[in-house]
Each structure stands twice: as structure tokens, then as C-alpha cells.
Ligand binder design. Structure first.
Ligand SMILES: *Cc1c(COP(=O)(O)O)cnc(C)c1O
Length: 381
């Protein structure tokens, strides 16, 4: 094995010109972040400048970023850098909840929320969504789920709302959910993996006690990197110091992101602030795109009108084509790729999600034309 390693050198990335995978849209680096990645790519690159606490490094200006800029951006008292949204959720659950406690979460929650709870030894009570076609999550659902969890005879120590969820791109009424949780004294963690860095989100205004975001998903950063914010009340516990190792926060194992991923997030940040200010244009573009897809016989699920760039479509017509097309269900992936579009998982035809984030109208026109051409080409056959 060790005598044939050439293949690991010069790895190339084969993607189409336009990538509509929701996972990819918000993590594209700015040119500045790309240059930063080269500059700071070596292992522990930022640690040359550390005097014991990563988040207090003054040059490069990590301290100002973590303790000045990010708390204002997120609307929260304290912020730390994590390796991603999942690590933030785990840190909060692990520190704020006792093993065996209940955590209440929406039925649209990301799998990583479930795994974080499992790893922290927590039991889960779900808030079911309304199901097809809206998959809505309500305040009342949280109230009922918290009540149910108490009936199981346990402590309910945390609630999580996925904002938006990663399947339908639904934005629930977070303020109302927070109020319901607070009526029971339960803190709310807002999972903003698909929100922070794309759209305006202010934890304080939404009533969220804890908030997590994903740098590689929505903040134009080369991951793994994320943000974890908390109000003073919960930050004290989550970011508690070690009893033996001076200046090291236990829950973060001392230091989290020790090099390039953090610096790319910082280098992209001015552009991220700028794009967040233009969020309404992204929403309008998504709505227009959805309407155009529906003209071709596809059906958008989730919130209508939609409030986010991540959209889920049912496409019975494409499924029908897959029944007879050469290559079967892989036809869509192949035919889109032939037209310069990728990002829909190979093999999916009957339902899929996509994102319009950061794509221009001409680029989206190209995507729409690709779908139309594909549908028409099989109509004729
Ligand atoms: C992508 C995603 C995550 C995971 O984010 P990481 O930063 O990779 O941990 C968590 N929650 C939701 C809703 C997501 O879409």
C-alpha cells in the first residue's frame, strides 16, 4: 500500500460550473479568504501569536472578532469559535443538561442535533411537524412536547429549534417558540446553521438563549469552523474554566480552531456582513425560482411563500421519466451535469432540495433552462 501513493498528490475537484447543493452555496470562499487559506494553511498557524487563550489573540485580531464583532453580529453576550454547528450543540447540551434529561427538538431537526443529544446522554421529545406539504413547526407544538416530556418524569433542560431546517428551509416563529420554552423555564438553543451568515439573525431579538452557526455552511469559510453564542447566564456554564489548567475552557478542550479555518471566516466576514444586508433579494430570487420550477410541474414543499434559499421540490414528472430513461434514476444527475449544473444527489428524481443562494439570475436561468430542456427532451421521445 505505501509504495503507491502518487494518487494522493494533485487531487482535483470535479464539479460543474453551477452547484445548487444547499450545503455548498454559503461556504464558497471569497477571494480574500482563499488567499488567507494559503497564508495560514500550516497546522497550528495562529498559535505563534497566542499567550494562553486562543480567543484573546490580538494579532491577527481574533480577540476583536470573537469578543467584539461576533457578539454584536449574533446579538448575544458571549461567543466562542467551534468546529461547526454540531460541536456547538454538543457543548451546550453536555454542559447545561444532566444525563437522562429531556431535550425537546423540532421534528425537522438535523441529524447532528440528535447525535449531540445521544452523545450527551439525553432523551429526546420531538415537536412533530404538520407533515406534507408545509412541514410547519409551531409554538403550540413546543408547549405540548415540553408537557409530554414532564409527564415522562424527567427534567427538561433544553429545547432546540432548527432555524431554518435543512430539508424544507422553513423558518418557524422563533420568538413564539422561545416564549413557550421560557414559560417553562427551558432555555432555547437556536440552530442557525443555514441562517447565520446568510440572513439577519439576532439571538436577543428572537429570544434565543444559545445560538449556533456553521462557518463552512453559511459564513464563506473553509471549515471545519462554527460559532457558539450564549447569554451571560448560560455562557458561565458552557464556557467555564478548568479547575487545573489555567485559562482553558473545559467544554472547548482548551482551544478549538487553531489555524486556517478561523482565519478564512474572519477574512470573509466583511463580505458576509454585506450579503446579509441583501438577504431580501435572496428571498425574492428564491421565490421567483420556485414559481418557475412550478410552471414546469414541480411542487415546492415547506413555507409558501418561501422565506429562504433552501427549497425542497416534489417532481413526479422527473420520476416518471426515470422509469424509462436510459440509466434510470441517474438520468437527472447526468443530464444536469451535461448542462453545467450539479448539486442534486445522483439517483434522486422524485424529490430533492436545492439552493439559489449567491447565484445570479443568469445562472439561475441556466439552471431553469436545463430542467426545461430535460423535461421536454423526454416528452418528445
Ligand atoms: C449542516 C447542518 C448542520 C451541521 O453543521 P456543521 O457545522 O457541519 O456541524 C447542523 N444543522 C443543520 C440544520 C444543518 O443544516
Amino acid at each position: 500500500m505505501l509504495d503507491n501513493l502518487e494518487k494522493f498528490i494533485n487531487l482535483k475537484r470535479d464539479i460543474a460550473e453551477i452547484n445548487i447543493d444547499p450545503l455548498q452555496r454559503g461556504g464558497v470562499l471569497t477571494p480574500e479568504a482563499r488567499a488567507t487559506l494559503m497564508e495560514w494553511g500550516d497546522g497550528y498557524s495562529v498559535c505563534d501569536f497566542c499567550t494562553g487563550m486562543l480567543d484573546h489573540i490580538k494579532n491577527p485580531p481574533i480577540e476583536e472578532f470573537v469578543h467584539g464583532v461576533l457578539p454584536e453580529f449574533l446579538g448575544t453576550d458571549e461567543v466562542r469559535i467551534t468546529h461547526g454547528a454540531r460541536e456547538g450543540k454538543f457543548a451546550a447540551m453536555h454542559s447545561l443538561c444532566e444525563k437522562g434529561d429531556w431535550v425537546v427538538m423540532d421534528g425537522n431537526a438535523h441529524y447532528t442535533t440528535v447525535l449531540a443529544a445521544e452523545r450527551a446522554g439525553l432523551r429526546i421529545e420531538y415537536v412533530p411537524s404538520s407533515g406534507e406539504p408545509d412541514y410547519a413547526i409551531t409554538q403550540e407544538g413546543y408547549t405540548k412536547a415540553i408537557e409530554r416530556a414532564y409527564e415522562h418524569k424527567g427534567n427538561v433542560s433544553l429545547a432546540v429549534l432548527t432555524y431554518p431546517d435543512g430539508n424544507y428551509g422553513n423558518l418557524a416563529d422563533a420568538r413564539a417558540v422561545a416564549d413557550a420554552c421560557h414559560d417553562y423555564g427551558v432555555p432555547l438553543l437556536l440552530n442557525g446553521a443555514y441562517a447565520i451568515g446568510r440572513m439577519p439573525v439576532n439571538a436577543r431579538e428572537l429570544g434565543a438563549d444559545i445560538i449556533v452557526g456553521s462557518g463552512h455552511k453559511s459564513m464563506a469559510a473553509s471549515g471545519p469552523v462554527g460559532v457558539l453564542g450564549a447569554t451571560e447566564e448560560y455562557a458561565r456554564t458552557i464556557f467555564r474554566l478548568s479547575s487545573t489548567k489555567k485559562n482553558k475552557e473545559v467544554e472547548l478542550l482548551g482551544c478549538t480552531v487553531r489555524g486556517a479555518p478561523l482565519l478564512t471566516m474572519m477574512a470573509s466576514f466583511p463580505a458576509v456582513v454585506e450579503r446579509v444586508a441583501h438577504w431580501q433579494e435572496e428571498v425574492e430570487k428564491a421565490r421567483w425560482f420556485s414559481a418557475e420550477m412550478e410552471k414546469m410541474g414541480l411542487m415546492q414543499q415547506g413555507d409558501r411563500p418561501h422565506n429562504h434559499d433552501l427549497m425542497f421540490f416534489l417532481s413526479e414528472n422527473l420520476y416518471q421519466i426515470s422509469q424509462t430513461a436510459k440509466k434510470g434514476r441517474y438520468f437527472l444527475y447526468r443530464d444536469l451535469k451535461d448542462r453545467g449544473v450539479c448539486g442534486i444527489k445522483p439517483g434522486l428524481t422524485r424529490q430533492f432540495k436545492l439552493s439559489t443562494f449567491g447565484l445570479s439570475r443568469p445562472e439561475l436561468d441556466k439552471v431553469l433552462s436545463a430542467f426545461l430542456e430535460i423535461i421536454e427532451s423526454y416528452d418528445r421521445a
